[in-house]
Structures are given as structure tokens and as C-alpha cells.
Design a protein around this ligand. Structure first.
Ligand code: GDP
Ligand code: MG
Length: 438
């Protein structure tokens, strides 16, 4: 799979230590092949590889302590970009009454997704109604009524009308009289895009002026899904894409291409046939899924750590001049927490070997406690702990749900640490990245 192939490329890179420009170009050739095989659009792949290569062969990366990790991070970041950057939310109408029109080819998952979306919005406190505008098959109307019932929302159906525009309008009146604030219109698809379909959808669009037109595409169809999206966007105009069947054996190509080709974001992902199988689409999570989640994420975090060298150097300066404050301490704690569970972090600290069973939960609790205590201090107190007298200690303990003894212990630890770190503060210390745990 794409995921496995990319992980293989990265594994090779990591095995190399120092990287040359040639290493990176070779790796990028393999990434390119993997993406093409996953059915990602050719132009998208070309641009992607160019951007990544350009960023990766820079001196900063090649000369860094962790070049392979930096390259992986660049691939990850660009992949997140390709998938749309940040999450794109559904727009609600400022009028308080939002109309969404589901469009797409037959079998893409419109009817199912209309129900799923109604269920999702209902969970968010909305009161959606569904409207059945697929007039060509009575079974299609029935199907929408069934999903409406499953998620517990009202459904407008007219088994006798042959006029989709009229049904859409009537459905909206029906929804209003039901005090709905959201209407989801299910429309008819075709096996292929044709003029008849587009005309029908344009007529509905002009009649109801939807807040958003959501195109439903089947991820399993790969580049076809992207072509379909392009055509719908050109001819009808769409606001967002819902990619279905991402639970199946998709190669990922459609998801990776569609934003770049159409400029329209994926807003939701269908991940199964059940009504709860609709997720808000998160580009960052999708990218980490494609790149092989856990392992890569930790590596990325390590890379970020290395990038934080500047911060480490600043810290070192502060230490040497003894300006290190509880505020910096809190900053450190937050960085540590970002790195993951304590057990893992401890295993990364050089020079520390664990004997027997260690109560990691207690460690996590201790970290939380320390954070709570520092959070309860004023800025002045964090910068100059010497002003913390007993009445301040009582206040801090109260505020953080701890005891005065806890506050005392933290202050002592902080002083000890400052003393200890002063001994360590030689110029190479921070640069080597050994400063991981206070
Ligand atoms: P429509 O013709 O566009 O209305 O498509 P339907 O809603 O009738 O869906 C077609 C088929 O795809 C049905 O069997 C659905 O259960 C299935 N389907 C829809 N979305 C998903 C999904 O996210 N994952 C999976 N595995 N199946 C889906
Ligand atoms: Mg349908």
C-alpha cells in the first residue's frame, strides 16, 4: 500500500544518518512512484515532489542533526497542505436556516451520506430535515425515509410528483413548518455526468439557493472521482466534497488529488455503511494515517525538538545568567507533555536506566500537579519565586487543588534544578539536545 511504500522509503533514509542531495533525490523518486501507483494525479505528484525536494535539499536539513526526520517532516507538512491544510468547516447560513444540497454520481453515497450528515448535525444540536429529490426510483425515496428514521429526523417525500424543483421548494416549506434549522436535499445521480443531470441540479440550485452544495464522491474510483469533482465544480459550482468509502481498499489517490485539482476542500469522510460512519475530515490526521501514524508522528516530534534548538540555546543563555524562571520551567513541562507519555519520554533520556517497576501513572500525576501549581501563580511569582510567602503559598495551593506542602516541594525542586543545571551549562550541552528533562 501507499503507506507501506512510503514507510519503506523513510526507513532507508533513516538508516543512512547523514544525507546527501543524491540520497534525497533518490528517495523522492521512490515517493513519486508510490504516489503515482496510489493513483494520485500526475500533475499533483510532480508539484508535490518538486516542493518537497526543494525544501529537503536545503543546507538546513542536510546539515541538521536529524536530516531523515526533517525530510519526513517536510513530506508530512506538504501532504497536510495537499489534503487542504486545516479542517474546513461546513458553513451555516447567517439567516439561521441552512440548506445543503447533496450531489454526485449514482452509487457515490449521496442518500446514505445525507442521513449520516443529518445525524451528525443533530448531535451538534441542530434540527435537520431531509428532502427526497431523487424522483426516478421510488426505492430511492424510500431509502432516504429509512435513513431519516434511523437518525431520528423528519423527511419530506412526494411519491407522485415528477418535478424535483417543486419537491425541493415544498421540502423547504415542510422543514420550516417543522422548525428545522437545516435542510439536506438528496438529489438523483446518473451513472455518468450528462447535460440532463446538470440541468436538473442547476434548476434546483437556482430555486433554493443552497448554503452549500456538497459533492459526494466515491474514493474507490480513484482519479475518476477527481475528474467527476472537476466537472461538477466547473458546471455547477460546489462548496465542498464528501469523500465516501474511505474505509474500503482505496489507494488514497483521490483524497490526495482532489483539493489541488478543484480547489475545493474535503469536508467530511465516509468510513462505513452505518449512520455513525461519517467523520469531519482532518487533513493532518489523514496525512499521519497515510504516512503510518504512530512511528512517524514520534519521529516528527523528535524532529521538531531538534528544530527547537534555538529555544534550547535561549534557555541555555538564561540558565547561565540565572534568569531561568518558573515560567520557563512550565514551558519545558509543556514541551515534555507534547512529546508523549512519560514512560516513552523517560526511555529517551540518555543515561537513565529504569530499575524494576516504575509507577508511570504517578509520574504523570506529578507532572499535572506541577503544571497546576505553576498555573496558579501570578506572573510576578513565576519570575521571582522568592516573593512567595506563606499566604501566597496558601492561595496557590487552593487555586491548584494541592497542598502547601506540594507547593513547597515544587519550589525546592525548582531551586535544586537551577543549581544542578548551572553545573551542566556548558556551551555544547543544549546543542546536543540532551536537555530533555529538568
Ligand atoms: P447514492 O446513489 O449516491 O445515493 O448512493 P447510496 O447512498 O445509495 O450508496 C451506495 C452504496 O454505497 C450503498 O450500499 C451504501 O451503503 C454504500 N456506502 C455509502 N457510503 C459509504 C462509505 O462511506 N463506506 C462504505 N463502505 N460504503 C458506503
Ligand atoms: Mg441515492
Amino acid at each position: 500500500s501507499l503507506s507501506e511504500k512510503l514507510q519503506d522509503v523513510f526507513k532507508k533514509l533513516r538508516g543512512k544518518g547523514k544525507l546527501t542531495e543524491k540520497d534525497i533525490k533518490e528517495a523522492m523518486k521512490e515517493v513519486k512512484l508510490a504516489l503515482l501507483e496510489a493513483d494520485v494525479n500526475y500533475k499533483v505528484v510532480k508539484d508535490f515532489i518538486n516542493t518537497v525536494t526543494q525544501k529537503a535539499v536545503g543546507e538546513e536539513v542536510l546539515e541538521s542533526l536529524t536530516p531523515a526526520q526533517q525530510v519526513i517532516k517536510i513530506v508530512y507538512d506538504e501532504m497536510v497542505n495537499l489534503l487542504g491544510g486545516s479542517d474546513t468547516k461546513l458553513t451555516f447560513s447567517p439567516s439561521g436556516f441552512s440548506i445543503y444540497m447533496m450531489v454526485g454520481l449514482q452509487g457515490s453515497g449521496k442518500t446514505t451520506t445525507a442521513g449520516k450528515l443529518a445525524g451528525l448535525l443533530k448531535k451538534q444540536g441542530k434540527n435537520p430535515s431531509l428532502v427526497a429529490c431523487d424522483i426516478y426510483r421510488p426505492a430511492a425515496i424510500k431509502q432516504l425515509e429509512v435513513v431519516a428514521q434511523k437518525v431520528g429526523v423528519k423527511c419530506y417525500a412526494d411519491y407522485t410528483s415528477q418535478d424535483a424543483v417543486k419537491i425541493a421548494k415544498d421540502g423547504i416549506e415542510f422543514a420550516k413548518s417543522n422548525r428545522s434549522d437545516v435542510v439536506i436535499i438528496d438529489t438523483a445521480g446518473r451513472l455518468h455526468i450528462n447535460q440532463e443531470l446538470m440541468d436538473e441540479l442547476k434548476n434546483i440550485k437556482n430555486a433554493v439557493k443552497p448554503t452549500e452544495i456538497l459533492l459526494v464522491v466515491d474514493a474507490m474510483t480513484g482519479q475518476d472521482a477527481v475528474n467527476v469533482a472537476e466537472a461538477f465544480n466547473d458546471q455547477l459550482g460546489i462548496d465542498g466534497i464528501i469523500m465516501t468509502k474511505l474505509d474500503g481498499d482505496t489507494r488514497g489517490g483521490a483524497a490526495l488529488s482532489v483539493k489541488a485539482i478543484t480547489g475545493k476542500p474535503i469536508k467530511f469522510a465516509g468510513v462505513g455503511e452505518k449512520m455513525e460512519d461519517l467523520e469531519v475530515f482532518h487533513p493532518d490526521r489523514m496525512a499521519s494515517r497515510i504516512l503510518g501514524m504512530g512511528d512517524v508522528l514520534t519521529l516528527i516530534e523528535k524532529a521538531q525538538e531538534a528544530i527547537d534548538q534555538k529555544k534550547a540555546e535561549e534557555l541555555e543563555k538564561k540558565l547561565r545568567s540565572m534568569q531561568f524562571t518558573l515560567e520557563d520551567f512550565l514551558d519545558q513541562l509543556k514541551q515534555i507533555k507534547k512529546m508523549g507519555p512519560l514512560s516513552q519520554i523517560i526511555s529517551m533520556i540518555p543515561g537513565i536506566k529504569l530499575k524494576g517497576d516504575v509507577d508511570f501513572d504517578a509520574g504523570e500525576k506529578e507532572l499535572k500537579k506541577i503544571e497546576a501549581i505553576i498555573n496558579s501563580m501570578t506572573k510576578e511569582e513565576r519570575q521571582d519565586p522568592s516573593i512567595i510567602n506563606s499566604s501566597r503559598k496558601r492561595r496557590i495551593a487552593m487555586g491548584s487543588g494541592t497542598t502547601v506542602q506540594d507547593v513547597n516541594r515544587l519550589l525546592k525542586q525548582f531551586e535544586d534544578m537551577k543549581r544542578m543545571m548551572k553545573q551542566f551549562s556548558n556551551p555544547s550541552f543544549a546543542k546536543k539536545g540532551k536537555f530533555k528533562f529538568p
